[in-house]
Design a protein around this ligand. Structure first.
Ligand SMILES: Cc1ncc(COP(=O)(O)O)c(C=O)c1O
Length: 419
């Protein structure tokens, strides 16, 4: 065969093979896609990380149920892909922002968060084609900012100051979103007026790349998307998983989104369901719920020079009213101590194999207090917000606890007055 004919034959064969591979591949892809859609329809498969959020298991905590004579049930929010209850909030905040046009693909979501919400935003933002920038107080557990950076978000660690200070981490996060939006506006006007963008960029120092498509401040404390995540998600799931047969719900509050969304939903289904707050040391919410006053003079944020809270628990306790907390329907409040939270975490680890974070432990302290108030025979639901891995440098660090006089010593539930 002439060389040019041989080359032609090889090219034709290669083309046929490529077409065959393409069509067979296409068939396989279509087939796989059909199989996948069928699996989704039958509830066996989920589409992407977003669909894997929520619908967490509700488990019975055997040790606490047996000790109190109540059914103590806990929603395993630590099983969300981003590791906490805040995944639901991150999804809702981003989806509502995209729907309203306040956030666009390629934009950056900013947040001032001591950890969990930031991790959740960093986890889900890429699934929406967005970026994430987080401002975090520098006394928060170091593993949290390491995780956020590993997820591809940018992190600013700042000195903890009062919320009234312009450089409080929440205020810086709000500012960063405005900067990103201004940067995007300048870039777009620069492009349309053909001005040298490098020169313009110098006028606005920014932590964001010049191709950023604007910023959106997640604002988990005031943004009611947070409340709606629980009102439309966590609350209805608890109602369904208990068959509506529960007597009480209890949780601590950081932003107040969880306790507000769940309490409002449950009380709308059945006004007899009692909803309670459990409040850590240094928080003013207990006073607000039980006495109508937000805080004592010495607790007022803005008066404290450094960290406004005196607790080892993270993510819970606050000394100001938030839009989210205002939505809560509460029948009462309890106080929990750091020692009780530490002891509870060790008790649940030993007896139930539950390795939980500090706010989850405080919630379980609350569940036992509700059981003691209502007496045996009641079903009480609480939240396991995140797991212990997030807390290795503080709450689950014996040396750190010893330095703060919090070495656990209990053999049972004696710290809750149960022998
Ligand atoms: C670990 C953890 N648990 C509990 C909470 C409190 O939840 P909420 O903000 O819904 O009151 C937070 C809030 O940041 C948190 O990070």
């Amino acid at each position: 065969m002439a060389p040019e004919k041989a080359v032609g034959a090889v090219a034709a064969a290669a083309l046929s093979l490529a077409l065959l591979t393409y069509f067979v591949g296409g068939f396989n892809r279509k087939h796989a896609d059909r199989e996948y859609r069928e699996a989704v329809r039958k509830g066996r498969a989920k589409r992407g990380v977003i669909d894997a959020i929520g619908n967490t298991p509700l488990i019975r905590i055997d040790s606490l149920s047996e000790a109190t004579g109540c059914e103590i049930l806990a929603k395993c929010e630590f099983l969300n892909p981003g590791g906490s209850v805040k995944d639901r909030v991150a999804v809702k905040i981003i989806e509502e922002a995209l729907e309203s046009g306040k956030l666009v693909q390629g934009g950056v979501v900013t947040e001032g968060s001591a950890g969990s919400t930031a991790i959740s935003l960093a986890t889900v933002a890429p699934a929406y084609g967005c970026k994430c920038h987080v401002v975090i107080p520098d006394d928060a557990a170091i593993e949290k900012s390491q995780i956020i950076e590993a997820l591809g978000a940018t992190v600013e660690r700042v000195r903890p100051v009062s919320i009234t200070h312009r450089d409080h981490f929440v205020n810086i996060a709000r500012r960063r979103a405005a900067e990103a939006t201004e940067l995007a506006a300048r870039e777009s006007s620069t492009r349309s007026s053909h001005v040298n963008s490098k020169v313009q960029n110098l006028e606005l120092p920014s932590v964001f790349p010049s191709d950023c498509k604007g910023g959106f401040f997640a604002d988990q404390f005031e943004n009611l998307a947070n409340f709606r995540a629980h009102y439309e998600g966590t609350g209805p799931e608890i109602w369904e998983q208990t068959g509506g047969k529960l007597h009480a719900f209890v949780a601590a509050a950081g932003t107040g989104g969880t306790v507000a969304g769940v309490s409002k939903f449950l009380q709308e289904q059945n006004p007899n369901i009692k909803c309670f707050l459990i409040d850590p040391p240094g928080s003013g919410l207990f006073n607000k719920v039980t006495r109508g006053v937000m805080y004592t003079r010495e607790e007022a944020e803005g008066r404290r020079l450094k960290n406004p809270f005196d607790t080892v628990t993270e993510g819970i306790g606050i000394n100001r009213m938030t839009n989210n907390f205002l939505m809560a329907k509460l029948d009462g409040a309890f106080k929990g101590s750091d020692m009780e939270a530490v002891e509870m975490s060790r008790f649940l680890l030993k007896n139930d194999g539950l390795f939980i974070g500090s706010s989850s432990a405080m919630n379980c302290v609350g569940a036992v207090q509700v059981a003691q108030l209502l007496g045996p025979g009641h079903t009480i639901v609480t939240i396991l917000c995140d797991n212990g891995i997030r807390h290795l440098s503080k709450f689950h660090n014996l040396q750190y606890l010893a330095e703060h006089g919090l070495t656990p010593t209990a053999t049972g539930l004696e710290f809750m007055g149960i022998s």
